[in-house]
Design a protein around this ligand. Structure first.
Ligand code: KG4
Ligand code: ZN
Length: 337
């Protein structure tokens, strides 16, 4: 019998709701929050208020677009964490209320695991090609930079983590320094396409093993600009594309370097990228080139499943449903999962 999951994602600044049936996405709707653009980052208090306003209408639309009746929903999956507590509370409380009134199971989902499991979402065009296990995945987002290994759908191990900023944060902070609105990653990517990646170089961090560090790079970028602006107040404006290409190249080479190291040390050749920064065109091109060189079985997510979305919560919920892994009504969100 078909299993239909209603999935709720509210960990940061996107209110997303999906309906997933047997691993296929029937609908996946996201209400973003433009309000944060002016502040240079997500303002937690404003994020939770916006989730509160959006969650019911987005759910209503997601169910309608999926073309299912509310009676067909077998379980509710929701993001338990990690994320902003006020934001998580909205999705968690809504999911609990929905499950309770419908008399259906509740499934708690780890947001990071969901980003990786987005690779197992079935679409009409991608029925066959899903990663085999073990699956090595670089998860890069605004809040996280990790190298993870999935040993099965629900067994995940962290091999490397950032010791300070996340990769997306590095893009966003460097963008902020150049006066770009939040989130700056997509704009840096766009401007970089007409720039020279070798125009400027910044000091690269030396971090042992498979861990990452990006805060030194950001500081090096800041000091570099401060010095140049002293001589030429229009330096940023006159060199925007080259600055974007150079900083993007610095971030991408750190990421790809560690992913290669992880694949070599573990011997794993099913390799993927996930999370908001996996939308980056240089990163996508760089891992594609490495995959050819190293005979990786490479997995790059569709753009719609790179940034935060509820479809990935739905697919994770589906695997947990099959294992009967349900949460009680006393479950609470975890800012740090
Ligand atoms: O996964 P995500 O939507 O949210 C978190 O869980 O953090 O990732 C958002 C991050 C932001 O830092 C944003 O600047 C970055 O992903 N991002 C990009 C691109 N698209 C989104 N960074 C670089 N290039 C992009 N094309
Ligand atoms: Zn995320």
């Amino acid at each position: 019998m078909a299993v239909t999951i209603l999935a709720i994602e509210s960990s940061c600044d996107d209110t997303s709701v999906a309906v997933v049936r047997d691993g296929f996405v029937l609908s996946n709707l996201t209400a973003g929050q433009d309000i944060h653009r002016a502040y240079g980052g997500v303002v937690p208090e404003l994020a939770s208020r916006a989730h509160q306003a959006n969650i019911v209408p987005v759910t209503d639309q997601a169910i309608k677009r999926a073309g299912v009746s509310i009676d067909e929903i077998d379980a509710v999956a929701f993001t338990r964490g990690p994320g902003l507590l006020g934001s998580l509370l909205v999705g968690t409380s809504f999911a609990k209320g929905f499950a309770l009134t419908r008399g259906i199971p509740l499934i708690e989902v780890n947001h990071l695991q969901a980003h990786v499991l987005a690779h197992f979402i079935k679409t009409k065009n991608r029925l066959a090609k899903v990663p085999g296990f073990p699956f090595l995945c670089l998860l890069v987002s605004g809040g996280h930079t990790r190298i993870l290994v999935l040993r099965s759908h629900l067994e995940m191990e962290t091999l490397g983590n950032t010791i300070d900023d996340a990769a997306g944060e590095a893009f966003d902070k460097c963008g902020k320094i150049m006066g770009f609105p939040y989130p700056a990653g997509p704009l840096i990517d766009e401007l970089a396409s007409s720039g020279n990646r070798k125009a400027f170089s910044f000091s690269k961090p030396v971090v042992r093993g498979l861990d990452f560090s990006f805060s030194g790079l950001k500081t090096s970028f800041l000091y570099f600009l401060r010095d140049r602006i002293r001589d030429d107040p229009r330096f940023i404006e006159n060199n925007k594309a080259d600055l974007c290409a150079s900083i993007q190249h610095a971030v991408v080479s750190i990421l790809v370097g560690k992913l290669i190291k992880a694949s070599v040390t573990t011997g794993i050749s099913d390799v993927g990228i996930a999370g908001g920064v996996s939308a980056n065109s240089e990163l996508r091109a760089a891992v594609t080139a490495e995959a050819e060189k190293r005979s990786w079985n490479l997995f790059i997510p569709d753009l719609s499943y790179t940034t935060d979305n509820a479809a990935m919560i739905g697919i994770t919920g589906y695997f947990k449903y099959l294992r009967g892994e349900f949460a009680g009504q006393d479950v609470v969100p975890l800012a740090r999962y």
